[in-house]
Design a protein around this ligand. Sequence first.
Ligand SMILES: Nc1ncnc2c1ncn2[C@@H]1O[C@H](COP(=O)(O)OP(=O)(O)OP(=O)(O)O)[C@@H](O)[C@H]1O
Ligand SMILES: [Mg+2]
Length: 497
Amino acid sequence: MADLELIGFSKSFGGVAALKDVTFSCNRGEVHALLGENGAGKSTLLKVLSGAYSADSGEIRIDGRPVSIQNPREAMALGIGTVYQELSLIPDLSVSQNIFLGRIPRNRFGVHRRAALRSMTVDLMQRYGVEGIDPDAVAGELSLSKRQIVEILRVLATDPSIIILDEATSALTENRVLWLLDLARKLAKAGKIVIFISHRMSEVRNACQRLTILRNGSSVATLDMEGVDIDEVISMMIGRQISGYFPEKTPTVQEGIALKVRDLSHSHVLNGVSFSLHDGEVLGVGGLAGQGQAELLLALYGILHAKGGVELHGTAVHPTDARDSLRRGVALVPEDRAKQGLLLDFSIRFNISLPSLGGLRRGPLIDTRRESELADKYIKQLSIKSSGQEQPAAGLSGGNQQKIVLAKILAAKPRLLLLHDITRGVDVGTKKEMFTLVRDFAAQGGAVLFLSTDVEELVNVCDRVMVMHDGQVGAILAGDDLTPDRIIGASIGEHAR
Ligand SMILES: Nc1ncnc2c1ncn2[C@@H]1O[C@H](COP(=O)(O)OP(=O)(O)OP(=O)(O)O)[C@@H](O)[C@H]1O
Ligand SMILES: [Mg+2]
């Protein structure tokens, strides 16, 4: 008998079976990984445990006793704390207010006490070793990584004994990832259960003692981490072998210059960035978190108004408006897909075709046949798992939403792609498809700025890599110099130009 057992769970959405008779169990004292492709049913299973979804059938037992979990409140009362894949902070409230939402201390006049709230937050942060976040900061103004930390703190504040982390590392910067892996291990050591979902095998290997694999809504196997063969785990996840994780890098760089940037500056985040990007080139953007990489993409797209010179195919432009950028053939895959990337209430088809509707017009009407062919093409190419192109984007798994963001941008046939960490939350098989799409885009003469937090990705997908440091270009690495070690070295300021 295990400490926590989920027995025989099934759950369908309309005609789609997300869970088919899944059984899953884990014990106090372990970090247990839940693995599977995008859409395998991981989040659905954990939402059943956290009371967010009610299942069609299945039984939960804690310490051998059947328990009933009908809503999140009942889950919380049983000590279950869930960090959901989608961020859910209220943007206008402060960090402290978000963490203690619904449990805010009030004085006898019913007014909440700001000072008490602040000191509770400071205590919580000290207890878990969180630094660099102001309890009074407005949540909506924090970076994605900090917002994710606040989500985690909100769960820790309820002192749970079963902690669910659904891709909680995917939005974190590198040292915060290490912090969370360490915390997961410590919580387990203190006798708690930690259920850990991630598409990064290195994290799973680092933190977890056992793992369970889901495929297409069914549980495939539960294994001990020790001695496990990761390639075998991957083929159990996707039901086939994948060979050669990265696509072959054939030279596609052309003479023509797609983008020339001179002395781009913005308050203290961009301090004079200059570089050129050729047609047919994938130029990586790397470095430690917060060195101006994100701002560079936003400035080139016109969301951030920076000073300096920008030339697109030889013509000087002043990017100040996203719509103008799209018209010029510049497209951005943003960091925060929920906020900037998708219309969640609309269909997959509408989301994919939205930026290209102009080109799909026939007279005053949209050519729906071509619109639907376009959607189909990307649904196949990126193996987007759905009940069909009419399904609203909101019902897709996190990774499948990310694929739609890339699809809609490619469908608009841009000439310059600005990509912010496109593989975040994407499973291994699909990562490969995404890399291939990016290389194909370059082979057809397109230019790409490829921001990634993964050095292996940078080395294997890009022609050159620009490492940013303190709002400047620290180094540009190419050829034999383009190695993970050199990227890391340049990130911490070695070989600065
Ligand atoms: N609210 C919903 N409405 C309709 N379908 C849904 C809903 N939630 C999940 N599904 C479907 O259930 C299946 C499993 O989704 P789930 O979110 O559990 O996948 P996942 O394993 O967490 O994937 P990812 O790694 O991409 O997060 C998918 O086919 C998804 O489209
Ligand atoms: Mg999920």
